[in-house]
Design a protein around this ligand. Structure first.
Ligand SMILES: [Zn+2]
Length: 366
């Protein structure tokens, strides 16, 4: 019999036997999940393989199992895609497409049956580190595709899926350890970390529109960096996509929290040449989301629906990389902003999986 009490000031687990043969257990907050997992295993709720082999003595960041009941740190996300590669070696491959400013690996999971006629699809998340739901959703989708590949429709299996779950690993780690609302990478400027807004650092329309669509000030949340592709994280995207032998057909970048499906352009007001096609594809996704959860995502060009945004990845992917179906999806939620309750992760994953599936049917017509 245990009763637990939370005290974040304590560094180790304290257990004290009480006269009535009950135990009062006071644990450090960071240890709570691991202790709970160990107790759940004893009760049969978890398989032993779900646990860190070193149990509660291990540092917290070695918890290695993935679920969609909470938000996970970088080490768990990376461990999850490594496990998919081990479990499904015929279709899953993990590669390192670059290193972050602080030297962390930027990992990509490719899921493909290696058919020569497949169309490459790109889905990244976490370019803005505080948008945690994007990382949860991209792993949710990758998990479904890897584990159900042979039972999925051809519109899914005729694609080469490229998932980058954490495009900004330094920033993501920082949001877990220091500042939950950090948005940028961890770039240095004049000896101090200021960070660059990676979604303003791409070359298409970089720096145009003055301080409207991005900022020249290193202290702004929208700092575009000293030059296009000045950051290793954006270079990793550019080099991977431009280095592909087969041109990419779909580019999706997941963000939060405005519940929008937006497409180029963000750096100028005029409609892009494929405006109607992109609008139709966006509407297909919005309808699928509505049918899944009842939520209404608006669809339109970046500048129509939000604000001027210069140097974005979707303007670059559409204009420079010639990826015809380039979208940015702003996930939930307008109500909770960046702090979407973890109880909504699975429902958000389902609605976006439905949307992505319908988009794949749609793009196969072209
Ligand atoms: Zn964002």
């Amino acid at each position: 019999m245990y009763s637990t009490q939370f005290d974040p000031r304590l560094n180790k687990i304290h257990a004290q036997r009480c006269p009535q043969s009950r135990y009062d257990v006071v644990i450090k907050s960071a240890c709570f999940d691991q202790l709970l997992e160990q107790m759940m295993q004893r009760c049969g709720y978890l398989r032993p393989t779900d646990l860190s082999p070193t149990g509660i003595e291990a540092p917290v960041n070695t918890v290695t199992f993935m679920d969609w009941k909470k938000y996970h740190k970088l080490s768990v996300v990376n461990g999850f895609i490594d496990d998919l590669e081990k479990d499904y070696p015929a279709i899953c491959t993990v590669s390192v497409i670059g290193k972050s400013v602080e030297g962390r690996n930027i990992k990509m999971l490719k899921i493909s049956n290696s058919d020569a006629g497949n169309s490459p699809v790109w889905i990244d998340a976490g370019i803005h580190s505080r948008e945690w739901i994007s990382i949860a959703v991209v792993t949710y989708i990758a998990n479904i595709i890897a584990k159900n590949f042979n039972n999925l429709p051809k519109s899914i299996t005729n694609k080469d899926w490229h998932f980058v779950p954490v495009l900004n690993p330094d920033g993501y780690e920082y949001t877990h350890t220091h500042e939950r609302m950090w948005r940028k990478n961890r770039a240095m400027h004049e000896g101090k970390c200021v960070g660059v807004d990676l979604n303003r650092n791409f070359s298409c329309g970089w720096g145009v529109d003055g301080d409207q669509g991005s900022s020249a000030s290193p202290h702004s949340a929208f700092y575009r960096g000293p030059a296009p592709f000045s950051e290793p994280e954006t270079v990793a995207v550019r080099d991977t996509i431009m280095g592909s032998r087969t041109p990419f057909k779909v580019f999706l970048s997941l963000h939060s929290y405005f519940e929008l499906i937006i497409f180029p352009w963000g750096h100028k007001a005029e409609a892009c040449p494929d405006y109607l096609q992109l609008l139709e594809g966006g509407a297909v996704m919005a309808r699928a989301i509505y049918e899944s959860s009842g939520l209404i995502y608006k669809v339109g060009s970046t500048k129509d629906l939000t604000y001027s945004a210069c140097g974005t990845s979707t303007d670059w992917s559409y204009t420079i990389a010639n990826i015809p179906f380039s979208y940015m999806i702003e996930l939930r939620s307008k109500k909770h902003k960046f702090r979407l309750p973890r109880t909504q992760i699975i429902e958000t994953g389902k609605e976006i999986w439905n949307a992505v599936g319908k988009l794949m049917e749609f793009v196969d017509q072209y």
